[in-house]
Design a protein around this ligand. Structure first.
Ligand code: BES
Ligand code: ZN
Ligand code: ZN
Length: 480
């Protein structure tokens, strides 16, 4: 269960006030002593303060209005994530967050930070009940926030939890078939459509990229098509999300060293993000026609595994010389991107833990993103990135990079050399597109070893908040 966020009129026993100065707490019953203590803390530039009043708890979060809006919202999320430990330590189950000034967005951001930081993955622990955080419901009290904004936030939190759960599942609990089943069921539960292609159909379609990566596996591949198509959709052409679903990446015969392999259950994070976003879009009944394509398999060595040097034929007929079996993501994505053409999309966005190069370039603090024929959509996404703090860094897709993936004996090769790895991978993908295209390499932020404020250890579902926020604010004319 995710930490629920609901709208109410009145604060309960345990409350948190969001304000920019102690003076705006006039309407709250406070003793002179409490007011002077709060003032003292405010002058010391404390971000938050706790007043314990015989079993009833009062938190105050101070918002710094001197900061630009986006920075301020992120500070609110972070402060909230810091005070969460105290909320759970006190065993609080329901916390009311009160907007005493007109700080509606800041109040929502505090709720968001608390709910996202409260995520736990305990399903395989015997002591789960003991370890479970007490906080389970957040009540929002704000005259300046609409019911639909609160609902949108609650759906966002639910979708992020769903995405994180998927990434945190290990391979022995989540192979390609299980992934396809879970994401399909989840979308159907909110009125969306889902279809899963299994091995026979994938073979009949000649998806050579997906089939080749799967050769070393003992489990079959899957190709899932998710769709949300409301009658009142404002976009004529669908938007298609494509998510990398490598449920485990050993590197295949170009085997990864142990340290690099440890966290490779996260290599399906792209598929988790696109599935969670589609779930959120359907649950919120957004008036947009959106689809998601999820090619899935594990990548491992095996008796029949594809080998460096192989020439494979992709779904669209392109031949590829495989020079490194660890560059598998682009092979399964290429088939999905070529398949996307048949839907005549207005915009396609791929999400993938595609390259160590992206992670090396900017670390866990943003997404390396590139674009062809989709400049307008990209700029819009950049703005939502700043707002949600799931930020994009634009890399080029200059023609010159194409030279680096030319092969002597096939149309393309699947690696481009030591330089510009995130770009040559995207350049490879671009070859399979004939529509406005944005690629997001989430290898840096998708999975973290240590909690970072409201981003819990393990899968982060980075990209869900960005894309859902983007879709929530979209009208038909702004797409590409
Ligand atoms: N799944 C990896 C990329 C990755 C690295 C994701 C670190 C998350 C964290 C991908 O399949 C891969 O192995 N890429 C290779 C490509 C290379 C062989 C051209 C890489 O980046 O080293
Ligand atoms: Zn790989
Ligand atoms: Zn991979």
């Amino acid at each position: 269960m995710h930490t629920n966020i609901k709208m109410t009129n009145q604060a309960g026993d345990h409350s948190l006030y969001v304000c920019s100065s102690v003076d705006s707490l006039k309407t709250v019953k406070l003793s002179a002593e409490e007011i002077s203590f709060l003032k003292q803390q405010f002058d010391k530039k404390k971000e938050w303060v706790l007043l314990n009043r015989f079993g009833k708890t009062l938190f105050v979060v101070f918002v710094n209005l001197d900061q630009p809006k986006n920075k301020r919202l992120e500070a609110c999320r972070k402060t909230a994530s810091r005070l969460l430990a105290e909320v759970n330590h006190l065993g609080i189950e329901t916390l009311s967050i009160v907007d005493v000034e007109t700080l509606a967005d800041e109040t929502l951001a505090v709720a968001e930070g608390l709910a996202l930081a409260n995520y736990q993955f305990l399903k395989y622990r015997k002591d789960a009940d003991e370890k479970r955080n007490s906080l389970s419901v957040i009540h929002l009290v704000s005259k300046n926030t609409s019911q639909s904004e609160v609902e949108k936030l609650d759906i966002t939190v639910e979708a992020v939890y769903f995405g994180r759960d998927l990434v945190n599942e290990p391979l022995n609990k989540l192979n390609a078939s299980r992934l396809a089943e879970i994401i399909s069921e989840r979308l159907r539960s909110v009125g969306g459509k889902a279809e899963v292609f299994t091995r026979k159909k994938i073979e009949a379609l000649k998806m050579g990229g997906l089939l080749s990566v799967n050769l070393g596996s003992i489990d079959p591949p899957t190709f899932t098509i998710l769709e949300w198509k409301p009658e009142q959709a404002v976009n004529g052409k669908p938007i298609i999300l494509v998510g990398k679903g490598v449920v485990y990446d050993t590197g295949g015969l170009s085997l990864k060293p142990p340290k690099a392999m440890d966290t490779m259950k996260c290599d399906m994070a792209g598929s988790a993000v696109v599935s969670a976003v589609l779930y959120a879009v359907a649950k919120a009944k957004l008036p947009l026609h959106i689809m998601a394509l999820v090619p899935a398999t594990d990548n491992r060595p095996g008796g029949n595994a594809y080998v460096p040097g192989d020439v494979i034929t992709m779904f669209d007929g392109t031949t590829v010389e495989v020079l490194n079996t660890d560059a598998e993501g682009r092979l399964i994505l290429a088939d999905a991107l070529a398949y996307a053409s048949k839907f005549n999309p207005g915009l396609v966005i791929s999400l993938a833990t595609l390259t160590g190069s992206a992670s090396n370039a900017i670390g866990p603090h943003g997404i390396v993103a590139m674009e062809t024929k989709a400049q307008k959509a990209f700029e819009k996404l950049e703005q939502h990135g700043e707002k949600t703090h799931e930020r994009l860094v634009k890399f080029p897709l200059w023609d010159e990079y194409h030279e680096m993936i030319r092969s002597e004996i096939a149309d393309l090769k699947n690696i481009g050399g030591p330089e510009g790895g995130a770009i040559t991978a995207a350049k490879f993908l671009e070859h399979f597109t004939d529509y406005p295209f944005i690629h997001m390499d989430i290898a840096g932020p998708a999975y973290i070893d240590r909690r970072d404020a409201y981003r819990s250890t393990g899968g982060t579902a980075y990209g869900v908040r960005l894309l859902f926020d983007y879709f929530s604010g979209l009208n038909g004319s702004e797409i590409s």
